[in-house]
Design a protein around this ligand. Structure first.
Ligand code: RP5
Length: 164
């Protein structure tokens, strides 16, 4: 695994890690170097600005941003960074029912996209990060193909228990 992180995983609070660690675990399984940080758009806005404006200069290629409730982290980072931003809505303790987290990340204004995955969908964020990296790295793209083939095999194996 290259030691320079390619993926930045950021989250608004350490309480998000219980969800966000699924992205980290997936990237680790795939030997993709990542870094994880706690950055809050509300509690540490200057740190968020610093991260967003420098992440690409440090070699990061994709940012995964998770937050819950009034989840502005992914959008704020997207407003300043040239990198693709994947947003993970977290059903946090301050979220009413998850929809606040989803809509805060999903409903971005035209011009500032955030690729939003499902509520608590951090594993898919990790997979999407690998797919983005794979567009410029044939070995990573092969890993994406291998992963999809493995998923298909697993479904076929499970299907056998139903006789089909
Ligand atoms: C959000 O508020 C964080 O991303 C987290 O999902 C939520 C609750 O944070 P804590 O009060 O647990 O630190 O900004």
């Amino acid at each position: 695994m290259s030691s320079t992180p390619l993926v930045g995983i950021i989250m608004g609070s350490d309480s998000d890690w219980v969800v966000m660690k699924a992205a980290a675990e997936f990237l680790k399984e795939q030997n993709i170097a990542y870094e994880a940080s706690i950055i809050s758009a509300h509690r540490t806005p200057h740190r968020a600005l610093e991260y967003a404006t420098t992440a690409h200069t440090r070699g990061l290629k994709v940012i995964i941003a998770g937050a819950g409730g009034a989840a502005h982290l992914a959008g704020v980072i997207a407003s300043l960074s040239p990198l693709p931003i994947i947003g993970v809505p977290v059903k946090s303790s301050n979220s009413i029912d998850g929809w606040d987290s989803i809509l805060s990340i999903l409903q971005m204004p035209s011009g500032i996209p955030v690729a939003t995955v499902a509520l608590n969908g951090a594993k898919n964020a990790g997979i999407l990060a690998m797919q983005i990296l794979g567009t410029a790295d044939a070995s990573l793209q092969q890993k994406v193909l291998d992963y999809k083939a493995k998923l298909a095999e697993e479904v076929i194996e499970k299907g056998k228990t139903f006789g089909g």
